[in-house]
Design a protein around this ligand. Sequence first.
Ligand code: NAD
Length: 482
Amino acid sequence: MTIAGLNHIDGRWVPAASGAVFERRNPADESDLVGVFPDSDAVDVRNAVDALDKAAPEWAGTAPERRAAILEAAADHLTAQASSLVDELIREEGKTRTEATMEVSRTPMNLRFYAGEATRATGATFPAPAPTTVYTVREPIGIVGAITPWNFPLNIPSRKLGPALAAGNTVLFKPSEITPLMGQRLVEALLAGGLPAGAIALVQGGGAAGAAVVEDQRVAAVTFTGSTAVGRSIHRCVGPERRVQLEMGGKNPVVVLADADLDAAAALIVKGAFGLSGQACTGTSRVVAVDEIHDALLGKVVARTEALTVGIGAGAAMGPLASSSQLAKFLEYVKIGVDEGADLICGGTRCEEESLRNGFFVRPTVFANTSPGMRLLSDEVFGPVLAFQRAASFDEALTLANDVAFGLSASVVTKNLSAAHRFVAGSRTGLVKVNQPTTGMAMNAPFGGYKQSSTQTFKEQAGPTLMQFYQSEKTVYLSPDA
Ligand code: NAD
C-alpha cells in the first residue's frame, strides 16, 4: 500500500500549500513506493508557525500532570501499534527486523521518561534580606523547531518532542525526507494520546523546509540532529538571541590493546561497524590496534565481517543503505580508500544477487594498511566501511584515536584497569566506552559529542541540562510592599 502523507498544520492534516510532493521508496526494493509526502516550503513553515504561536498559551498553561499523561498515552499508542510500526520502519528505512524492533520498543520508553520530567521542573530560592524573596522559575521557551535525521526516525524525534512538549512548548517538527512516514506516525501517536492538535505542527520536506524552520525568527529554539555541514549552517542562522542544540557526525574508533580478548574485541567491532549498515552516528569506523595484535585482530574481524548475512527478512544481519545518495557515498569512499593506497581487505561492492539487486545492498567493507592524512580516516562515511590503523604503543593509539575533527564516541578494549582509566581521561569524545561497542546508549544517561560532533551547549537524552534547553529561567525579586 502506498501512503498519501500530509503535513499537520493548525490542527489539520493538509497538503503543501504549493501542492508539491516527493516520493519515498523502499531502499530494499526501489520498485516499492512507500509513500508520497508534501514537499513543503517557507509558506507551509510560516503557516505552521502562525498556528503554533496562537496555540502556545493554551499548551503552556496546561497542567504539567496533564502534559505527562498525554505523553504516557502517546507511548501506549505506539506500543499498541508496535507490530505495524516495525513493518513500516523496515520498509521505509531498511532496518533489519531486530534493529526496527529495538527502535520501536525504545521510543515509547523515551516518551515515558520525558513525561516524568514534566512534573520535575523546579526553580530555586536564594538567600535575600527579609522581607524580599528571590527565586527562579522555569518557563516554556516558546516554539521549538525539531529537525531530525533518518537513521533513528522515531527515537531521535522522541528525544526532542518528548522534552519539548513536557516543558510546555509548542513544536514544529521537520523529519527527514528519507523517513517521512515515521515522522507522521509519531505525530499521530501524540495526537492519539490527547495532545491538543494546535500544539504540534508537522512539516514534511527536505533541506529547504528545514532551512525555513531555522530562518523563522519566531522559532525560539532549534534542536537538530544530522550532519556537521548542515548543523554548521543552522548555527550561523540562529544567531545569539535564539537557542540551538546540534548533535552531528562522528568518526568513532575502537582502540584494541595487546592484552585484549581478540574474539570479544572482534565481535564488538563488527557489531559497532556494521549494525544499521554502518549508518549510526556512533558507529565504529576506525580500529586502532597496537602492533602486537594488529594482524591477528584484523583476521578475526574480517572473518566475522565476511560471515554477515546481507539482506532483508529473518536472519539478515545487515540491511540496505537507506538511499541512493548513501550508496553513492559508500562507493565514493571505497574508491577514495583504494586511490589513497589503503588495502581493501573485504567488501567494497554492491550485492549482485538476484534478490538484492533492486535495493541499495552492499558488502560490509574493511580496509587496512592506512596512514594518517587519508580521507578514509578523517571523513564521516556513514556507511559500512571500517578502516584499521596500526599503533606502536598505548600513547600512539590514543593520539590516533583523537586525531580527527569529530569527538562523539570511542571505545577501548583491554583488561588493564589502569589503561582503561588513562583512555577514559585522554579520549576527546563525549562518550567513552570500555570493552563495549562505540554504539548503544542508555536512554537515562547524558548523550552528546565533543569537537565537531556537537555544540556541547546542552546534553541530549538525560542529565541535569536536559530540560534546561527547553525552558527559560526567570529570576524573581518579590517584596510584599513597595
Ligand atoms: P542531514 O544533515 O543531511 O539532514 C538532517 C536533517 O536536516 C534532515 O531533516 C534534513 O532535511 C535537514 N536539512 C538538510 N539541509 C538543511 C538546512 N540547510 N537547514 C535545515 N535543515 C536541513 O543528515 P542525515 O543524512 O539525515 O543524517 C546523517 C547524519 O546525521 C550523519 O552525519 C550522522 O552522524 C548524523 N547523526 C548524528 C547523531 C548524533 O546524535 N550525533 C545521530 C544520528 C545521526
